[in-house]
Design a protein around this ligand. Structure first.
Ligand code: ADQ
Length: 483
């Protein structure tokens, strides 16, 4: 086998153009971390968009940008503002994203978006063909690039291609509403291995393939005539050691060296030792159920007024896709809900919700994780949800309670968490009460199991298992063809 080619919408580096030149710094997201072991070991190339449109990239700096990216084994696909509007903000985030998260009412079926998606996927496929050799292994990531596997296979039938979807795959009843459903499925079937976070997403996909394309599916193999496509679930893990070590290092910091946020959190603990801190961290996205969570919190405080001044909800929402109208409306709705609830219930000693709308540096994320008694994550749909795993990894002394939505992929592996239906306020109020009053011993017993599993099935293992399965599938197909 040759080198590994990784393809995702965004490259795992951030570009900064300043008078001093171009600086490319590695980004710290889950995917970048997960692929690090593969990307850094041996020969590997990562292909994706740089984060700057053509209009934002000065012509004279193009070569310098390419050189800066090459140092990180990255190669960029150039996209114009118009392409980003149609392919990314359009088809990816106004068609696929809402539909795959079961938000039919937000889904737009626009022919122009689709045309742009197709042509940008072709651009990615061309960049891969140009930058790879016959014996390379190609791993395509996520919903922005679902047509790429087939586009490569058409030109290079022997290419070895894996595809992983980071978001849910919806049920057939939802998926079949897409005007270009067959094209999307055929696009994916260019891959030799297709991976999902959970068994349910895998089943939904197989059902759509069987019913829409009429292909023969046996267990998790799809027979497409000249070869077999394997479909499997690979629940994504986190860099467990990184989170755990960061929490240990943070706990060991002398008070004067702690961050401003940590000092504020410490002061809060000292001045109100009986007050429980409840944390939620998400991208500001309607799929994450932030608005419902605020309403559920209000319901809880009204049902159990004895907890007023005894709990505080910290909401950290990361700005996301603010070019899409639905996200602008959601931001407004959350601002209003937080403002109203705080306005109605605050006392001189207590603000029920602390709301941060920003991206935070890693060290502040850790501050929040280690200082919170409870993590309350209520996505209405979520492919996996890594925040749930990160929270548990940072709980060095094993205390802390995770309340997690059943609608998150991570709920399948995190049975020891308190699982809730985000639409059921009554049950959530009971669950919050249970979390607040849970004895430490029980918290520790639950987290011990969760931590063990997260440590064992970390993100590196996830990436390696996918690569091993892909290689096995190629061997199986070679045997299949020679039969
Ligand atoms: P996301 O929807 O982005 O990912 P998630 O899995 O929770 O959701 O990952 C978010 C990441 O961003 C976490 O690693 C978290 O630490 C970080 N983060 C969150 N808030 C932050 C903040 N304010 N500042 C800085 N960093 C912050 C998509 C899918 C998920 C799937 C992942 C991985 O939607 O379902 O779990 O991909 O496949």
């Amino acid at each position: 086998m040759g080198k590994t080619i990784i393809i995702s919408n965004r490259l795992p580096v951030q570009l900064q153009i300043s008078e001093g030149g171009i600086v490319a710094t590695p980004s710290v997201g889950g995917l970048a971390t997960g692929m690090k072991s593969i990307h850094n070991s041996g020969e590997s190339l990562w292909i994706g968009w740089s984060g700057l449109t053509d209009e934002e990239t000065p012509e004279e700096l193009n070569d310098a940008i390419n050189i800066a990216l090459e140092k990180h084994n990255c190669s960029k696909v150039n996209l114009s503002q118009e392409e980003m509007e149609g392919y990314y903000f359009g088809f990816s985030n106004r068609t696929i994203w809402p539909l795959f998260h079961y938000f039919m009412e937000y889904t737009e079926f626009e022919l122009d978006f689709w045309e742009s998606y197709k042509s940008v996927n072709q651009k990615f496929a061309d960049a891969i063909l140009e930058n790879s050799d016959e014996d390379d292994i190609i791993w395509v990531h996520d919903y922005q690039l679902m047509l790429v596997p087939q586009m490569i296979k058409e030109k290079r039938p022997n290419a070895v291609i894996g595809f992983f979807l980071h978001i849910p795959f919806p049920s057939y009843e939802i998926f079949r509403t897409i005007p270009w459903r067959e094209e999307l499925l055929s696009g994916l079937l260019g891959a030799d291995l297709i991976g999902f976070h959970t068994y349910d997403y895998e089943r939904h996909f197989l059902s759509s393939v069987r019913r829409l394309l009429g292909l023969e599916v046996s267990f998790n193999d799809i027979n497409i005539g000249n070869r077999v496509v394997k479909v499997d679930s690979f629940p994504m893990g986190i860099d467990y050691k990184k989170f755990r070590d960061a929490a240990i290092a943070h706990n060991a910091l002398a008070p004067e060296n702690r961050s401003v946020l940590q000092k504020r959190l410490d002061d809060h603990k000292i001045s109100a030792p009986d007050t429980k801190l409840i944390l939620s961290i998400d991208r500001l996205d309607y799929s994450k159920g932030i608005a419902k969570r605020i309403s559920a919190f209000e319901y809880f405080l009204n049902k159990y007024p004895e907890y007023k001044e005894k709990v505080r909800l910290v909401i950290l929402a990361v700005p996301s896709r603010s070019n899409v109208p639905q996200y602008q409306l959601l931001k407004k709705e959350i601002d209003e809900l937080v403002g109203r609830l705080n306005g109605e219930l605050s006392t001189v000693n207590w603000t029920p919700i602390w709301y941060f709308y920003r991206s935070m540096p890693f060290k502040n994320l850790i501050d929040l994780y280690i200082s919170s008694d409870i993590a309350w994550l209520t996505p209405l749909r979520d492919g996996m949800n890594l925040v749930a795993k990160e929270y548990i990894a940072t709980r060095i002394d094993k205390t802390g309670v995770l309340i997690l939505s059943e609608m998150a992929g991570s709920a399948y592996e995190m049975n020891e968490a308190l699982l809730i239906n985000p639409n059921n306020f009554e049950h959530q109020a009971e669950t919050l009460k249970k979390a607040i009053t849970m004895p430490k011993k029980e918290q520790m017993a639950r987290n011990m199991f969760l931590q063990k599993r997260l440590e064992r099935y970390n993100v590196e293992v996830w990436a390696q298992e996918f690569m091993t399965a892909l290689k096995n599938q190629i061997e199986n197909n070679e045997a299949f063809v020679s039969k």
